[in-house]
Design a protein around this ligand. Sequence first.
Ligand SMILES: *[C@@H]1O[C@H](CO)[C@@H](O)[C@H](O)[C@H]1NC(C)=O
Ligand SMILES: *[C@@H]1O[C@H](CO)[C@@H](O)[C@H](O)[C@H]1NC(C)=O
Ligand SMILES: *[C@@H]1O[C@H](CO)[C@@H](O)[C@H](O)[C@H]1NC(C)=O
Ligand SMILES: *[C@@H]1O[C@H](CO)[C@@H](O)[C@H](O)[C@H]1NC(C)=O
Ligand SMILES: *[C@@H]1O[C@H](CO)[C@@H](O)[C@H](O)[C@H]1NC(C)=O
Ligand SMILES: *[C@@H]1O[C@H](CO)[C@@H](O)[C@H](O)[C@H]1NC(C)=O
Length: 501
Amino acid sequence: METLLGGLLAFGMAFAVVDACPKYCVCQNLSESLGTLCPSKGLLFVPPDIDRRTVELRLGGNFIIHIGRQDFANMTGLVDLTLSRNTISHIQPFSFLDLESLRSLHLDSNRLPSLGEDTLRGLVNLQHLIVNNNQLGGIADDAFEDFLLTLEDLDLSYNNLHGLPWDSVRRMVNLHQLSLDHNLLDHIAEGTFTDLQKLARLDLTSNRLQKLPPDPIFARSQASLLTATPFAPPLSFSFGGNPLHCNCELLWLRRLERDDDLETCGSPGGLKGRYFWHIREEEFVCEPPLITQHTHKLLVLEGQAATLKCKAIGDPSPLIHWVAPDDRLVGNSSRTAVYDNGTLDILITTSQDSGAFTCIAANAAGEATATVEVSIVQLPHLSNSTSRMAPPKSRLSDITGSSKTSRGGGGSGGGEPPKSAPERAVLVSDVTTTSALVKWSVSKSAPRVKMYQLQYNCSDDEVLIYRWYLTMSLLITALPILSVQCLFISISCRGGTWTLF
Ligand SMILES: *[C@@H]1O[C@H](CO)[C@@H](O)[C@H](O)[C@H]1NC(C)=O
Ligand SMILES: *[C@@H]1O[C@H](CO)[C@@H](O)[C@H](O)[C@H]1NC(C)=O
Ligand SMILES: *[C@@H]1O[C@H](CO)[C@@H](O)[C@H](O)[C@H]1NC(C)=O
Ligand SMILES: *[C@@H]1O[C@H](CO)[C@@H](O)[C@H](O)[C@H]1NC(C)=O
Ligand SMILES: *[C@@H]1O[C@H](CO)[C@@H](O)[C@H](O)[C@H]1NC(C)=O
Ligand SMILES: *[C@@H]1O[C@H](CO)[C@@H](O)[C@H](O)[C@H]1NC(C)=O
């Protein structure tokens, strides 16, 4: 109330009170721009009768809980919107869609749990986005997309953020101030700040950062401002209150000429709690990787799964890569999975996997290697002895699956080559991206079959995959007279199409 009165006195008679004004609010038509001021009026929602021509709208200090799509509809001339100090916990997507002139949005001290993809949609001229003191736990990757180039001031401090859409931040080339302090950030992507030439203030205080990506902009935070130019201002940069891991990766930071501050190291053990700027450069050391455990030899039946393990220690923690016998780097594919803990899972082995796999552990201080000998016991391949089925193809978009049937003997073969093979019908149905139902009937006179071989090819890999199924493990349907047998196969073929032979 005091501030409102102050405002009234200061403006004196320079404005006229406008006719249409929501109850409890003060509306002033000052030099042809309309302001609607409703601060601390006990409002429970945004008044629906706000003049849509308003240029400044102040709704701070009320008890608004929810923002809906109609609240700011048609306010195309609104430049300044204050919603600070309410209890807003939900903003309907597209609520700000019409605010194409908005330059400043204050949402601080509310209860927002997240910013969705379309929460801030339409704010194409936004310069100041103030969302500190909320409960933000997550921000959608595209949340800032509409104002990446106009934004000058972004305040997300005092939230619960573990991460940010770093790729968006990287593109905010007009950013002057970035406040991320008092969150739970534990990682900042390399290159995030490189293009932020106008950044003058960066606050990362009190997060969970163990390291910082080296970046040329930090040179502008040095005490001697030799590198600052009118285009690249000095940078005020704070990062105290983080558990810094003081190894060779932070040497670049230690080498900056900055006034001593109170930053301390969180690890390694010997440096814990010591003042960052008092530690000598020689003490920022890394340890090269040492492989402590790995699989030595593996003997695998073709088509079966194989797990190759490799563990390494070092400082920083080494990353583990696998190189296949054909010298190719192994990545995630339909047949293989590489985990961060160093394990390589080959879900279905083929004859190509025979040979030496190499585990490479690497970090900033060096690398170490170990070899795993894999021997694949090959099974006879019978595909050439039988005619191929017309391949039922299935594409990724074909999620519901289509029923495809085809005739031919390609889907089955005996443990021994079939003698006077009676004509067999093999039906393939329920084909989806990951599975198919294979049915066939066996006449009483057919030779005893111990195993079935199934072959398929995933367009992701260049190899034909053979899988064997023991008769005993087959699901045999309860139709003993016809002896219909069936087999439900599931196939992993990520991002590709598969073909059954
Ligand atoms: C504000 O006043 C100007 C003239 O001073 C007038 O043209 C305009 O329509 C007024 N706006 C509103 C919203 O009353
Ligand atoms: C916004 O404008 C449209 C078209 O003029 C109108 O139909 C709609 O009722 C308006 N909405 C509000 C909340 O004023
Ligand atoms: C492979 O996928 C697993 C999850 O299935 C993931 O944890 C891992 O990081 C991925 N590896 C690579 C190299 O992308
Ligand atoms: C590595 O991680 C994978 C997936 O999380 C898990 O299945 C496997 O058991 C782990 N291996 C080791 C050696 O911890
Ligand atoms: C099928 O026969 C061709 C030559 O006729 C041979 O190159 C190929 O390796 C055979 N395929 C299998 C799976 O045995
Ligand atoms: C498997 O599919 C790929 C891609 O469709 C193809 O290049 C390759 O020749 C196929 N391999 C076999 C053995 O059919």
